[in-house]
Design a protein around this ligand. Structure first.
Ligand code: EPU
Length: 418
């Protein structure tokens, strides 16, 4: 199993380019199932979760090819409209094929996701929304089957709680349903908006994506399209924090500053200097320990849960005590025990982590428990005294493209060891 060896202490200086968004690329690939014409996607990051989604599309019957850096999906044949257990257990976002398959073929079978390192993460909201569109849902032998032989029909959906992939799944079902669908309490994440843009290019009629009420007028068929995925805001945020935690000066390029505003405002309050460096770049500098500044995770445009662990890594060396409150997932503090092995002083009380900043961290052997937890350990290791070995970096490989190469290019002492 690959590990990272990181020697802390080096300040990062230079440009950190951001890849395409993993969480936008996943639904975009699933959306290609909605048409029998080719869909060409640019900016798809070469990370493990994407490889998993691509192999799922191939299992279903689509042809997936990488040509000149763009992913071409041809889903004219859908022989097996299903997501088997082997795939879903490695990536929960596989449930994103449920909506498009039910819409296009009238039948979809997806293994129920089990527990997850960061919380229970059920898909009950996806299922009840699909039922509202006329699908019959049955659960047997660990699989959920959605059947709509006569096709789906428009419906009035109100999500009991905001769900990102639930909104995306339903959007992909509604575009081919007969009549109008209104989705209320929809997720407003940029990835939802990006998906709607792709679907509209494919001939869908969606209005309001990016707000909490989305209106969809169903169409009979969709056609092929070409689309560029938005930049990964979580990678961008991770890099801004990497610049700050190492007392460096980095320019994060190819990002959308608006998408990370909740983070950059907190970082500025904590003492980092963040400025626009052109329309698609942000410069982050810091020359001292941060001040302790509290955060509470929320749905977009609030502070992203996917940046909570990385922000907490920075707060472990802050002056003062910060409160980090997690409201999206019930178990997203696995990184705190590993950060504690590096000298961090963190107490967990329910959904709140109380972080008392220390003068310094020290390198240690630690284990990555999930994708964003691994990123927080990399950040902590870059500022810790001495050497840190991070085990199970396969979690990191699920969502960050060549991160060790990108960080090493701006001065980090990081190496992948096998
Ligand atoms: N929820 C339910 N029932 C459902 C769906 C969600 O109870 O049917 C709950 C979840 O358990 C959670 C909350 O609602 O407590 C919000 O979950 P959401 O559905 O929004 O999360 P998701 O769509 O499964 C996406 C991202 C996550 C990110 C969350 C929140 C993708 C592929 N995944 O997950 O990304 O943390 O939204 O922003 O888009 C990551 O990239 O590391 C990652 C975990």
């Amino acid at each position: 199993m690959d590990k990272f060896k990181i020697v802390g202490g080096a300040s990062l200086h230079g440009e950190l380019p951001v890849s395409g968004s993993k969480n936008s690329a996943l639904p975009a690939l699933a959306a290609a199932l909605l048409t029998d014409e080719p869909v060409i996607l640019h900016g798809i990051p070469r990370v493990k979760d994407i490889a998993t989604m691509e192999s799922l599309l191939v299992h279903i019957g689509a042809a997936v090819e990488l040509q000149n850096g763009a992913v071409h999906v041809d889903a004219r044949n859908l022989e097996r409209p299903e997501a088997p257990y082997e795939v879903v257990k490695t990536m929960r976002a596989s449930s994103l094929v449920l909506g498009p398959l039910a819409a296009r073929t009238g039948r979809a079978r997806v293994s129920m996701p089990g527990g997850c390192a960061i919380g229970a993460r059920p898909i009950n909201l996806h299922l009840s929304a699909l039922e509202q569109l006329g699908a019959t849902i049955e659960q047997t032998h660990g699989y959920v089957e959605a059947v709509a032989p006569g096709g789906l029909r428009g419906g009035n959906i109100h999500f009991d709680r905001i769900t990102v992939t639930g909104t995306e799944d339903l959007l992909m079902a509604a575009v081919l349903a007969r009549g109008e669908t209104i989705i209320r309490n929809a997720a407003r994440e940029p990835e939802v908006k990006d998906l709607a843009e792709l679907l509209n290019k494919m001939g869908a009629k969606i209005e309001g994506a990016g707000t909490s009420i989305i209106r969809v007028t169903g169409v009979e068929r969709l056609h092929g399209a070409e689309h560029t995925i938005i930049p990964d805001r979580i990678e961008a945020g991770t890099f801004l924090l990497a610049g700050a935690i190492t007392n460096g000066d980095v320019t994060v390029t190819g990002c959308n500053p608006e998408h990370v505003a909740a983070l950059t405002i907190k970082m500025t309050q904590a003492g980092a200097e963040i400025e626009n460096a052109g329309a698609n770049a942000l410069r982050a500098r810091c020359c001292r320990r941060p001040r302790a500044v509290d955060v509470t995770t929320e749905e977009y445009p609030g502070f992203a849960t996917d940046l909570q662990a990385q922000y907490m890594a920075w707060m472990t060396i802050a002056q003062g005590i910060s409160f980090v409150t997690e409201t999206i997932f019930e178990n997203r503090f696995m990184h705190t025990q590993e950060l504690a092995r590096m000298g961090a002083n963190i107490r967990i009380e329910g959904r709140q982590a109380i972080v008392a900043g220390e003068d310094c961290l020290t390198g240690a052997q630690v284990i990555a428990s999930d994708l964003r937890a691994s990123a927080s350990l990399v950040l902590a290791a870059m500022v810790a005294k001495g050497e840190t070995i991070i085990d199970r970096v396969y979690h990191m490989d699920r969502g960050y493209e060549r991160i060790e190469e990108k960080l090493a290019a701006v001065g980090a002492d990081i190496e992948r060891i096998r």
